[in-house]
Write a protein that binds this ligand. Sequence first.
Ligand code: CA
Length: 231
Amino acid sequence: MCAKILVIEDEEPISQLLAYNLSKEGFTVATSSDGDEAMIAVDESRPDLVLMDWMLPNVSGIELCRQLRSRSETRDIPVIMLTARGEEEDRVRGLDVGADDYVTKPFSMSELVARMRAVLRRTAPMLAGDVATFADIVLDRQLCRVRRGQRDVHLGPTEFRLLDVLMQRPGRVFSREQLLDRVWGEDVYVEIRTVDVHIGRLRKALNRRGDRDPIRTVRSSGYALDDTYSV
Ligand code: CA
């Protein structure tokens, strides 16, 4: 399961942008727009990491950070602060009260995600250890990250789960129905050929020119990771 992220940000467009992009990276995202409600949201969503805007109504980012650090249940939740440009002093104060890192607005999404992964690797190494490997492909369930060789592979959440299922049993042939149940859930009605569409996307993201395709299509049966494939 990918890391759960709580976004505490009162500016709706930024909050939506973060929720959209982080979900696309495969993270599970909850949001809160108010400093007062944020602690309730923390208790409810039990996040693996909090992304917190500095300037919040009612309770400031610093105060929230202090509250998080003062309770044993929330003490270890890593915090990345979002600060406005030029608030150098705030950043120092933020790190003083226990924020793990900060990102200056306006930020690039890829930089933010890289910093989040760096913090998660540091603060939750036991979770980051939840890694599956197949040949030159490495899938990290906590960091929601897939690498092939030295390259980062960017997958949507569905492709990520598909690869995760296949990597749990290399060589085993999964029928489309089995993949539907495991990736989409048993109670969800999805057309069977949806599986083919997402396998297509997964292949496209995994394979660059010259790469061997690690996914085998088994005619009239389904899909498997090709266990004759190695590097
Ligand atoms: Ca704000």
